[in-house]
Design a protein around this ligand. Structure first.
Ligand code: TXA
Ligand code: MG
Length: 345
């Protein structure tokens, strides 16, 4: 199915291409050429990946990349991730990748992980790297993303497809909410599998460092190449991924962390986002599930952004509480996102 949003509005007409029945072989989707031609012409198109939906465009086209920044309202000093479908594409725009980085790529790609490596000058649009001498690269595993990159034979720059500062989109409807009328099109698939953005590993110096935690952990990396990860704590005050200095993933209503509770009384304009196991302890207000139990970090990652957006969409809700997983669950990535979303006092 294909339809256009925003008919008669002031903005751009945004195509929605529903490819849910064509995921296995996208070449059989009747409108696939519109998507391919759009990318080649420098249009911005949102696509599903297994982490979150991305807002993609030709990474070598200055205008196309500028349109990504504009649609998101993204600060210019925050570089983008370049998406590839095959390791041979690395030769087009990177150089001198560390042997240990190749080992990690071989093991974890395609998948929810990005590697920061030295960039060749003069290939990518300058704003992709924000003028740095490195570039973040990812090979997504999502079949739709993978096939689109292959069919276009382009390097696709893609940040998460949300308005800057808002929770990343895990469903096509989230992208439509933020991007209708601002981009050329949206490739609609199911809710994404992982639910939070990729792990970003800085491989520009050895040992490597985690620039942004994700579903693939430091221990997972160490298990593949022992000693490859620095002990340095990067989640302190000085973020090495420029994007990490901004408040992120934030709903419009104030969001506050809440500790484990035996029972919780809420007023009709309050909501709590907590593991489903805690639902019966909550009286009044609104409840949104965040995984099954406190131990279920992958379930919580899957639910997080949809829960934040769902709570925000209910006008009556003026205050949101979210549970602190720290004592129960070793996931840096989950608490990293929750801490960035909570309202600073
Ligand atoms: O899962 C993901 O990574 C998604 C999907 C669409 O691939 N993309 C994503 O992109 O989350 P974005 O732009 O929302 O986040 C990219 C992060 C930012 O924190 C940015 O600062 C960092 O990666 N980054 C990109 N290039 C970098 C570089 N050369 N050096 C340091 N950090 C970099
Ligand atoms: Mg983002």
């Amino acid at each position: 199915m294909n339809y256009q949003l925003n008919k008669g509005g002031n903005g751009m007409r945004t195509n929605v291409w529903d490819v849910r029945n064509y995921v296995e072989d996208l070449s059989t989707y009747p409108h696939v050429q519109e998507i391919i031609t759009g990318f080649k012409a420098g249009e911005t198109i949102a696509i599903p990946t297994e982490t979150v939906y991305g807002l993609a465009a030709d990474a070598t086209n200055n205008k196309a990349v500028a349109a990504i920044f504009k649609a998101k309202g993204r600060p210019q000093d925050n570089p983008l991730i370049v998406h590839i479908h095959h390791q041979s594409q690395l030769e087009w725009f990177t150089h001198d990748i560390h042997a240990a980085a190749y080992k990690l790529m071989d093991h974890f790609w395609p998948g929810p992980i990005s590697f920061i490596v030295p960039v060749q000058q003069g290939v990518l649009a300058e704003s992709v790297t924000a003028g740095l001498n490195t570039v973040a690269v990812r090979m997504p595993a999502h079949k739709v993303a993978h096939q689109l990159i292959e069919m276009t034979d382009l390097l696709l720059a893609a940040p998460s497809a949300n308005t800057s500062g808002k929770p990343s989109p895990t469903k096509a409807e989230h992208v439509i909410h933020d991007m209708d009328g601002k981009i050329f099109g949206i490739v609609q698939s199911e809710q994404v599998e992982v639910g939070i953005e990729s792990t970003v590993v800085d491989c520009s110096q050895y040992p490597f460092r985690i620039a942004r935690p994700g579903a693939i952990t430091r221990n997972d990396l160490e298990a593949v190449v022992p000693g490859c990860m620095s002990d340095e704590h990067i989640m302190g005050d000085k973020p090495i991924a420029p994007g990490m200095k901004y408040r992120h993933y934030a709903p419009d209503s104030p969001l506050e962390l809440v500790d484990y509770f035996e029972s919780l009384e809420l007023s009709p304009n309050e909501a709590v986002i907590a593991p489903l196991s805690e639902k019966d302890k909550v009286n009044g207000g609104w409840f949104f599930a965040l995984g099954a139990t406190y131990e279920d970090s992958s379930g919580a990652m899957y639910d997080l952004y949809n829960a934040l957006r769902s709570a925000d969409n209910i006008e009556q809700i003026e205050k949101i509480y979210i549970t602190d997983f720290t004592p129960y669950n070793g996931s840096d990535a989950l608490m990293n996102r929750i801490n960035k979303a909570v309202t600073r006092k």
